[in-house]
Every structure is written in C-alpha cells, then in structure tokens.
Ligand binder design. Structure first.
Ligand SMILES: [Zn+2]
Length: 106
C-alpha cells in the first residue's frame, strides 16, 4: 500500500482538495491519523502569536534553504547512482549465471 506523501497530506490539510476525494484515506488509518496530526499542528501554529521576522532575516534564510536543497539533491543523486550501480551489478551477475548454465547445458 502506498501511503500519501507529506506533500499530499499537507495539501489535504490546507483544503486544496476534499479528503473524501482520496480513496486511500478511507482505507488507511495511518494516513488519516497523520492528516489529523497535521491539521492539529496547523491550528496550533495559526493560533500562535509569532512576530514577523526582520526583512534582513529573509536573505540569509533563503540562502540556507537553497544550500539545504542543493545538499539534498546531491544526496539523492548519490543514492540514485548507487541504486543504478547495484542494479547493474545484479544484472551482470544474473547474465553471468545464465551464461555459465547455458555453457554447461551445451
Ligand atoms: Zn496510508
């Protein structure tokens, strides 16, 4: 079962689409619980009195977010590369075994 992603749950919590339109929610307690927790957290945050940050804070924050995104993309690229190498290694091993089995059979 593929659970809803964090992005989908947040969209539902924000009302981007009605939860009744997502059939997975009807069948999955875990996703319903996560949606309820996100809604609860959003309502707590909405009620909190948070002062507006200084305009000077946005530029360093944007730079930090951009750096974090770059690091995450580099990490994902590494994982994807490892997965491709692993898949190629399994395929090579499978082909070697088939080749040896064919040689023995002939
Ligand atoms: Zn689920």
């Amino acid at each position: 079962m593929n659970h809803l992603t964090a992005e989908q749950l947040v969209d539902l919590a924000e009302g981007a689409q009605p939860p009744s339109s997502v059939t997975h929610l009807r069948a999955c307690d875990r996703c319903r619980r996560e949606l309820a927790e996100i809604r609860s957290t959003m309502s707590i945050l909405a009620a909190a009195d948070v002062p507006e940050p200084s305009p000077l804070a946005w530029e360093p924050l944007a730079a930090r977010v951009s750096d974090a995104i770059d690091r995450e993309r580099a990490r994902e690229a590494t994982i994807a590369g490892q997965l491709r190498a692993w898949t190629a290694s399994i395929a090579a091993s499978f082909i070697r075994r088939r080749f040896r089995a064919n040689r023995r059979a002939t």
